[in-house]
Design a binder for this molecule. Structure first.
Ligand code: IPD
Length: 274
């Protein structure tokens, strides 16, 4: 399974690179504010779905671009694909985007994950109960336990402007308590960087399962903690918030900080759809 996953990640990376820098904001379909789909996303998703169905006819393929057809519950093996995570960066030639592929066994439990950044040639892999890797090397989260030493990554919401002020308030509070803050623009890479110990924590309101399916496994298998804002590890298909941290004490401290945002998890598009 691992070698097939690597083959899929490299295939997706090749297609993405072929069109990188020649595909811009003018070539997209706008799904919503700051929410784009490109012909490249569609092409990658189709290519991966074809390879998976040829090899595993009974496996389900759940892709970002076909998420309207996702079932509420999945029984049996499935693949969760984000063809290009960080589409805005991709379209603007900012080299911070990745392909994310996650293989799940029965009931959407992640088993294998790949997050591939073809520009930097960084392939992050994870296998449940076995570990996480960057290319050939094992990776581990940092040993950061306190916000004061933490470099965090997050994002302001762009799908619902009415949550903006609340998220900004949490962000300001955290900036005062933490070492510093970044906005990466690719949830999959943000999580991969937590797994690799490059950053200490990542939190975001309003992500989707395909953004984080692979990255969550990377963080956990590298020794970190990845849940939703309420601390739930399970329920990946309903994921609308993410809080990943290098250590349990850091996760607990940040969970308390994002608690005022729980109320948004009952609103569209933060609430589970389907
Ligand atoms: C987006 C990126 C971004 C995050 C958004 C996601 P997409 O994914 O992961 O970092 O802030 O919430 O939607 O749309 O480029 O696949």
């Amino acid at each position: 399974m691992r070698s097939f996953l690597i083959e899929l990640a490299r295939l997706a990376g090749r297609i993405a690179l072929e069109h990188y820098r020649t595909t811009g904001v003018k070539d997209v379909t706008v799904k919503g504010r700051g929410d784009y789909v490109t012909h490249v996303d569609r092409r990658i998703e189709e290519a991966l779905a074809h390879r998976i169905r040829t090899n595993y006819p009974d496996h389900r393929v759940l892709g970002e671009e076909t998420h309207a057809e996702w079932p509420a519950e999945v029984a049996g093996p499935c693949w969760i694909i984000d063809p290009i995570d960080g589409t805005t960066n991709y379209l603007r030639g900012i080299p911070q985007w990745a392909v994310s592929i996650c293989y799940c066994d029965d009931h959407a439990v992640p088993r294998h994950a790949a997050v591939y950044d073809p520009v930097k040639k960084e392939l992050f892999l994870a296998e449940r109960d076995a570990g996480s890797w960057l290319n050939e090397d094992r990776i581990y989260v940092s040993d950061c336990t306190a916000p004061a030493q933490a470099l965090t990554v997050s994002a302001l919401p762009f799908r619902r402007q009415d949550a903006l002020a609340d998220v900004a308030q949490v962000m300001v509070a955290l900036q005062a308590k933490c070492d510093d803050f970044r906005r990466g623009g690719s949830a999959a890479l943000d999580l991969a960087y937590v797994a690799a110990g490059r950053i200490d924590a990542y939190w975001e309101l309003g992500i989707q399962p395909w953004d984080v399916a692979g990255g969550e496994l990377l963080v956990r298998e590298a020794g970190g903690v990845a849940t939703d804002f309420r601390g739930r590890r399970e329920g990946l298909l309903g994921r609308r918030s993410i809080l990943a941290a290098a250590t349990a004490p850091l996760h607990a401290a940040l969970a308390a900080e994002v608690a005022p945002l729980h109320r948004w998890l009952d609103h569209e598009p933060y609430v589970k759809v389907g």
